[in-house]
Design a protein around this ligand. Structure first.
Ligand SMILES: Nc1ncnc2c1ncn2[C@@H]1O[C@H](COP(=O)(O)OP(=O)(O)OP(=O)(O)O)[C@@H](O)[C@H]1O
Ligand SMILES: [Mg+2]
Length: 316
């Protein structure tokens, strides 16, 4: 298979810059001194591309990026060897400011509005992704949809790529997920809350969760991965139904566990692993990132060790 067929295209429509400032005894209405600060570019598709790079897989990141503050993303892409094919949009990518107060153990969030994508941007995005589908096969579309784009944007993308030999993995929620189901994505990875919202009912216990996943297979979804935090995840596809779980050795940050799971699952498929192998690698990546500061996977050896500790069982 050619290199470009192995390169994963990640689509992030609504990226964000996370700015964290540590301020002991933060006080509203006063001058506050920042003790330490960090700026992290993120967004679910960007995170998946970053985890794929850690796994040694090539990726290409597209989506919408504000031209006013693209630098942190460009730095990340250069550092990780991720090809940057984002459509630049006038204005700034949304910034989420987190004020961490270590003295009172409190976090204050200040979320700036994001881009407002208009029709011209939408059309440019569709054209860009269509062009990428001539050379690439694997697409991961992840995250929410910004203002100005229709909730059916993922469905539209799926329909647009239907003629191509594309494999589209979708990790989103709410209306964009519901609409996209009709266009039969290759795989989806809702967490349990997102799955309950999608099917409109509470899913108590294994039988109810598997029933909901199988209904989605009947509607044409290729594989349903249902993640449940510390309770592990189900991997359901025609002919295979697995549960995988591992104990987290330590939890430094739960941010991006779902994105690491998506990256690990796609990497497993690219490596030609069987469903058990994909579930094991996906789980190892998700658990591995919990023990790392920020959006990182542990070193290869540690990842393998975590993988050996993943309990994978077939479920009826
Ligand atoms: N506390 C934990 N202990 C063990 N494994 C965990 C824990 N939290 C997350 N995981 C692993 O990470 C996977 C994904 O976590 P989760 O279900 O929270 O994803 P998510 O809600 O999609 O997260 P994200 O915020 O990244 O979108 C789980 O299926 C599990 O394998
Ligand atoms: Mg998620």
């Amino acid at each position: 298979m050619s290199d470009s067929a192995q390169t994963v295209v990640t689509v992030t429509l609504n990226p964000a810059i996370d700015q964290t400032a540590s301020i002991p005894n933060f006080t509203a209405g006063a001058v506050n001194r920042v003790e330490s600060a960090s700026t992290e570019p993120g967004g679910k598709g960007v995170n998946v591309a970053s985890f794929l790079a850690d796994l040694g897989h090539a990726s290409l990141a597209t989506g919408l990026l504000g031209s006013d503050n693209a630098e942190p993303f460009q730095t990340l892409f250069e550092r990780k060897g991720i090809a940057d094919r984002f459509v630049r949009v006038p204005g700034a990518t949304r910034v989420n400011v987190k004020i961490v107060d270590p003295a009172r153990d409190e976090v204050t969030d200040v979320n700036f509005p994001g881009l407002d994508a208009g029709q011209a941007v939408y059309e440019e995005l569709l054209t860009r992704i269509e062009a990428l589908s001539h050379e690439h096969r694997w697409f991961v579309c992840a995250g929410s949809v910004p203002r100005g784009l229709p909730a059916g944007v993922y469905r539209e993308l799926l329909e647009q790529l239907r003629g191509a030999d594309a494999r589209i993995v979708l990790d989103t929620s709410g209306a964009p997920l519901r609409e996209a189901i009709a266009a039969a994505p290759f795989a989806i990875k809702p967490n349990i809350e997102e799955l309950q919202e999608l099917v409109g009912r509470t899913l108590d216990g294994e039988a109810a969760i598997l029933g909901a996943a199988r209904d989605l297979l009947a509607q044409g979804v290729g594989c349903v991965v249902v993640s449940m935090g510390e309770r592990g995840a189900y991997f359901v596809e025609p002919g295979d139904c697995l549960h995988a779980q591992a104990r987290a050795p330590r939890v430094l940050s739960t941010v991006g566990a779902g994105d690491a799971m998506v990256a690990g699952w796609v990497a497993g498929r690219l490596r030609g692993l069987d469903p058990q192998g994909c579930a094991r690698l996906a789980t190892a990546c998700s658990v591995g990132t919990l023990g790392q500061p920020g959006l990182k996977l542990p070193p290869q050896q540690e990842l393998e060790r975590i993988g050996e500790g993943v309990a994978v069982r077939a479920v009826a």
